[in-house]
Design a protein. Sequence first.
Length: 95
Amino acid sequence: MDGPTRECVLHQWNAPRIAYPETAVSSLLTEQATRHPHVIAFIDDDRTLSLAELDKRSHSLARRLSDAGIREGDVCGVCMNRGLELPVALLAVWR
């Protein structure tokens, strides 16, 4: 690609159409869970997880990780099967 074409592809075609907040995903989730606690966040077969449950469970697991010595910036792997527990674990690690 020549210079102008490359510039067009990288910056014009792929420019974000909206400005995204520089707020952590976990903070955005807590905000939505406060506003809409009963909204279903995830479904796994016949089980569901509401925004409020997701927020509460991820906070609880994040505290347990912190109590176990995991700190911001540490590497923390997650290896588990797909299911309602996976988004809880991933969100807890982000927190």
